[in-house]
Design a protein around this ligand. Sequence first.
Ligand code: SF4
Length: 347
Amino acid sequence: MNSFSKKILHWYDQHGRTDLPWQQNITPYRVWLSEVMLQQTQVKTVIPYFQQFTKQFETVEALANASEDQVLKLWSGLGYYSRARYLHQAAKQVCDDFSGRFPDNMEQMQSLKGVGRSTAAAILSIAFEQPEAILDGNVKRVLTRYEAIEGWTGKASVLKRLWAVAEEYLPTSRNRDYTQAIMDLGATVCTRSKPSCAVCPLQSGCTGFKQGNMTDYPTPKKKKALPEKQIIMLILKNPQHEVLMQKRPLIGIWGGLWCFPEFKTEQEVTKWLNKQNSKAKRIEKRASFRHTFSHFHLSIQPLIMQLESPLKEGVMEDDSSLWYNLNTEFEGGLASPVQKLLQEIKS
Ligand code: SF4
């Protein structure tokens, strides 16, 4: 075994995390679920979601048989909602195409929705003890520092080099432990801003440490100022203490989640109400707040209105609109700003 993996495994035996919920009762289903949830999300955020999911959907069949609204509801607040939709689709794939058993090879594992090369490798190494290299954010940080690899890690040439290094350092045994170990080392020792090099098992061979500039790695992506978009969220109440909710299209932000109707301007709101032959009284315009996505800021202006005459039937004809009774629990996924606004108006 090469000395890199030997050192990491030795460190893991003494300091690695062994009490995470997905490290207990290891099955391909639980490993896959945790790995999808951990994409771009920290362990402490994922834990309660993982526990809820495994409680409600004990098996991949149970998840496949759930409705999309049930899945999105449980996922609410975890972000990157396409992951939840892909998770649901992948569960159906496992049941329909693989008779309910997760595939045990790279090609088929990557055919599952939402499972890329690194996630597939993590599942194969942890659940099936296969020698597959992973390259998540934590591992990229460790390897770029250790090897002093320059350049943004999203660039194809840098990625190619990183995959080669990751594969070169794979151990010849203990593949599950090694995957856990290198992820743990990145998350707890080789941290983003203050790496604990003094206690790091890789210190003696780490080029970044020797150069004294380890935090220069990985090279950050050149930052562009994020554009800002503005919307009005219309919180339209009816006399029955209900608010109008609309389901968002699957493509785009908050795909498949439920939101308040959205407009660019107040004039658009009035125009829309006129089109429904309806009238509503303005109750309150709340202070706007910002929600940031990876590619833009969204400034949200909540506008509360009370309906004075019913909306035209047509608005509620399909399944993408409903009146939600504020005294009940909402049965569907909610975008986090909508969840926050609902809590505020309920109280
Ligand atoms: S020595 Fe420091 S920079 Fe190098 S891998 Fe360890 S923690 Fe990271």
